[in-house]
Ligand binder design. Sequence first.
Ligand code: TMP
Length: 210
Amino acid sequence: MGFFLTIEGVEGAGKTTAKAVVLRWLQECGHEFIATREPGGTPLAEQLRALVLGEHEEQVSDTTELLLMFAARSQNLSERIEPSLAAGKVVVCDRFTDATYAYQSGGRGIDEQRIAVLEQLVQGDRRPDMTLLLDVAPEVGLARARGRATAEGGELDRIEQEAIEFFHRVRSVYLQRAARFADQYVVIDASQSVANVEQQIVGALQARLG
Ligand code: TMP
C-alpha cells in the first residue's frame, strides 16, 4: 500500500529541484501523492523545526538535537505519512531518517546504534521504499546554499553554519548507506546539468512506479 519516497543530500545538492521534478512526474502520471519535509510537515513539527534549526543562547546538545528530529518525525508520521500511505498514496518526503544517520551520526558523531533504537521506537518497521540521494561535493553544495541565503536576504541556519569537515562526514555516511541499502537508494550525481539530473530522476521513477 502506498509508496514512500525520500529525497536526501547535503545542503545545496538540488533537493528542491529534484522534488519539483518528482511532483510534476507524479502529477502527469495521475498518481495520488502528498509532499512533506523533515524536520517539519505538520504545524507542530514545523515549530520543532524552527526550534532545532534556530539559534539559541545556550548550547544545543547533540542528544537534544537528535530527539527533536525524532519528535518532529513522530508527528509527521502519525499525522501525514502513515495515513497517506494507508490511503495508497505516494508520499514524497524531503529528508527522513537517513538524514539523521548522516547528520547526527556522521556529522555529530552519535553512535548509530542509538539512532537505530529511536528509529525502531518511532517508526516500527516503516522505511522508505526509495531514496533519491543527490550527491555533490559539499564545497559545491554549500556555495550554492550560501549564495541562496544571501540572495534571499536570509542567514544560514544553525546546522548550515558547521565547518566543511562536518559535511564531508555527512556525505560519506550517505554514500555508505547507499552502498549498504542498494535496493532503497538511487544515487544521482548532482554536479551534472539540470537536464541530466532530471532525466535520471524520471528514469528511476519510471523503473519503480511507471
Ligand atoms: P533542509 O533545509 O535541507 O530541509 O534542512 C534541514 C536541516 O536539518 C539540514 O541541515 C539537515 C538537518 N537534518 C538533520 O540534521 N537531521 C535530520 O534528521 C533531518 C531530517 C534534517
